[in-house]
Write a protein that binds this ligand. Structure first.
Ligand SMILES: *Cc1c(COP(=O)(O)O)cnc(C)c1O
Length: 389
């Protein structure tokens, strides 16, 4: 894939953003003399995000996968419990629940959007259903009013996989903006290098339902009440519950803090790039589908994708761009047909999910993508479709 990496005009699919202040904060972290977890920078990051989005409780983790594992433990997922989630998602949406013995009930995507089709969820609920995971694909919010009302009706938990959705907002039925990740009982974000705001690896659990806050902190700290101990609330810390080592080093937190300081800068730039793709590619809107921004979601410009007519066209476009030193990327394989889950899946065919698995392609979007390079990508894509591939 990276054969032409060294050439001068190579346009990668992604390039991590560096603020330039990472080293300054990491140095400061080192000078404090304590670089394990839950120190100055972990607290600064958590407080920054809690204040910006009015989240009740944030806990930094090593990954979004970690945060979802914490969610599965917090919800007491047991063998035989069923968890409903889209099939068009990353393995980390499913694995944490499978680790606790759950059965995954995969739901199809919407006809006009890769996220879960909320209207199909109710038909998948049984007496064993415990939770619904809403994955905000490409950062666009799911229809959270619909999902929360189903959860209320059937007494189910909602976990938001907000890995891609930092700094985005859901528009509720009264036109009130709610930060994505602040609606379900629990939410998980990612700060992986491929996301908008990064720590290299990194993630965050957001606890919106206050009942989970105390236990979340214990699970986070290997099952002990060490966090309470550091606050002076207990004399010594003890093994209280299940847990693991979910908290990141202060070095990661310091790096992440420098990114958070530049959040608006990063987001504004990504939005300019996203909007430029959208406006410029409208001319081929009759030949290829552009992203459909749901009416109930704002856009955090995490991803720009196109939906081709079929997999053949998708491969051809990928190759056509590669010949011009532009690296595009396909996305998820349907989880319900993956080698690990195929035998476990209940056999339902998920047409829309398979369609996105075959025909969705992503274009480069990153802070450093300059106007010339973006124009080259746009011209190449238009050229491809006008040549009638
Ligand atoms: C990136 C991503 C994850 C995993 O994030 P990590 O931080 O790498 O664990 C999970 N779910 C979705 C939808 C993602 O895009």
């Amino acid at each position: 894939m990276f054969k032409n990496k060294e050439s001068k005009n190579f346009i990668p699919f992604n390039k991590p953003y560096f603020s330039g202040d990472e080293i300054k904060y990491i140095k400061d972290g080192i000078s404090i003399g304590n670089i394990s977890g839950n120190g100055k920078y972990t607290k600064l990051c958590q407080t920054f995000i809690e204040n910006k989005y009015s989240f009740k409780k944030c806990l930094l983790t090593n990954s979004c996968t970690d945060a979802l594992e914490m969610a599965a433990i917090l919800l007491d997922i047991k063998p035989g419990d069923e968890v409903i989630m889209p099939s068009y998602t990353f393995v980390s949406t499913a694995n944490p629940f499978i680790l606790r013995g759950a059965i995954i009930v995969f739901c199809d995507s919407k006809k006009d959007h890769p996220s879960i089709d909320e209207d199909l969820i109710e038909g998948l609920i049984t007496n064993n259903t415990k939770a619904i995971v809403s994955v905000h694909y490409a950062g666009f919010s799911c229809d959270m009013d619909k999902i929360m009302s189903i959860s209320l009706k059937y007494d189910l938990y909602v976990v938001e996989d907000a890995a891609q959705a930092i700094d985005n907002y859901y528009v509720d039925s009264h036109n009130v903006l709610k930060p994505v990740g602040g609606i379900g009982h629990l939410s998980a974000f990612s700060f992986h290098e491929s996301k908008n705001i990064i720590g290299g690896e990194g993630g965050m659990l957001v606890v919106n339902d206050e009942r989970f806050i105390k236990r979340a902190e214990i699970i986070w700290e290997k099952g002990t009440d060490r966090a309470a101990f550091w606050r002076g609330e207990v004399d010594k810390y003890l093994w209280r519950d299940l847990g693991s080592s979910f908290l990141p080093s202060e070095l990661v937190a310091a790096f992440l803090y420098s990114q958070l300081q530049n959040l608006d800068l990063i987001q504004n730039k990504r939005k300019i790039i996203w909007n430029n793709y959208y406006e410029s590619l409208k001319v081929i809107g009759d030949k290829v589908k552009l992203p459909n921004v749901p009416t109930y979601s704002l856009n955090n410009a995490h991803m720009f994708f196109l939906i081709c007519k079929d997999s053949d066209q998708c491969f051809k476009l990928n190759k056509f761009l590669k010949n011009k030193n532009i690296y595009s990327a396909f996305h998820y394989h349907s989880l319900h047909t993956s080698p690990y889950y195929l035998e476990k899946h209940d056999g339902r065919i998920l047409i829309n999910c398979d369609k996105y698995a075959n025909s969705l392609i992503r274009l480069p979007i990153y802070y450093e993508l300059n106007q010339n390079d973006q124009q080259k990508i746009i011209d190449s894509v238009i050229c491809f479709f006008n040549e009638n591939h």
